[in-house]
Design a binder for this molecule. Structure first.
Ligand SMILES: [Zn+2]
Length: 296
């Protein structure tokens, strides 16, 4: 099973910064030991020309040159500079390479990605580039007629992905999330499932199964991009859901059974994860990848 990952450097953030950048290297270290058939590949940065098909050039240049306004820097939540953009370009390329690999082999993983709050001209909520929208843009040329379903089970609405895929032929954007949580301004997707704050396993899983069934029936996909999200766990700082370990495992099992189990090529992406215990965030992402390996 191919696993794409960022290069080995950390993007340095202060210890008190809310974004757990260390989750990527921590989970990768776990998976290098625990996956039985993992093959690890470090992507090159996604091409500028490809990024421009989704993102405004002025926005990309502002991030690269560290020229975001203070307002834009604050709503992104990360310090803008060339190193951040390089890291995110590699992360984005990982999603495209995972999509190509899944179409060949059935299932592939990007140990990152799912940066679903990024729009064409702005980054929000730690999301610089919208990797899913960029991968979909590349696939439009590479695989004309391919139908793509985005399954977004991160605890927050995939607002940027909704906006960037809206009206694109053969693209279906799903999101199951807490209704009264970030982002305050929602975007209409093809299928949205807003849930109450503090939702627990049984209610969540029933809504998930129903929405997966509807999304698959309506979109008839040839590829699923699954933004998993570790922030549905009850000990997450930002997710505002209350799923315990068993419910998170059942979430994974249901998504994988509905997609890969039905023979649909599937890509697993990380999305958000901000557990109170930083090591636990990495563990939750790694567990999802380990479960996916059973379906590879
Ligand atoms: Zn999230």
């Amino acid at each position: 099973m191919l696993c794409f990952h960022h290069p080995d450097y950390h993007y340095p953030l202060p210890e008190e910064h809310p974004f757990p950048m260390d989750k990527f290297s921590r989970s990768r270290a776990m998976l290098e030991t625990e996956l039985r058939r993992g093959r690890f590949v470090a992507p090159e940065p996604a091409a500028w020309g490809l990024l421009h098909r989704v993102h405004r050039e002025a926005y990309l240049e502002s991030v690269r040159d560290g020229r975001l306004s203070e307002f834009d820097r604050n709503r992104l939540g990360l310090p803008d500079n060339a190193r951040l953009l390089d890291r995110c370009r590699r992360e984005t390329q990982g999603t495209l390479l995972a999509a190509r690999a899944a179409l060949e082999e059935g299932l592939a993983v990007n140990l990152g990605g799912g940066t679903h709050h990024a729009f064409a001209d702005r980054g929000l909520g730690f999301c610089v580039l919208n990797d899913v929208a960029v991968a979909c843009a590349a696939l439009e040329e590479e695989r004309p007629g391919l139908r793509v379903l985005v399954v977004d089970t991160d605890a927050h609405q995939g607002n940027g992905t909704h906006a960037l895929l809206r009206g694109r032929p053969g693209r279906f954007s799903h999101s199951i999330h807490v209704g009264r949580n970030y982002p305050a301004e929602k975007e209409a997707g093809d299928l949205d499932v807003p849930l109450p704050r503090g939702v627990e396993g049984p209610e969540y899983l029933a809504a998930l199964s129903a929405s997966l069934e509807e999304a698959l029936a309506r979109s008839k996909p040839g590829l699923v991009l699954w933004n998993s999200g570790a922030d549905i766990h009850r000990d997450d700082r930002f997710g505002q859901m209350a799923l315990d370990d068993a419910a998170v495992a059942e979430r994974d099992r249901r998504v994988l059974a509905a997609t890969r189990g039905a023979g649909i090529p599937t890509v697993v992406l990380y999305g958000g994860g901000y557990n109170r215990d930083r090591r636990r965030t990495a563990r939750l992402h790694a567990e999802t990848v380990l479960r996916a390996e059973a379906w590879a």
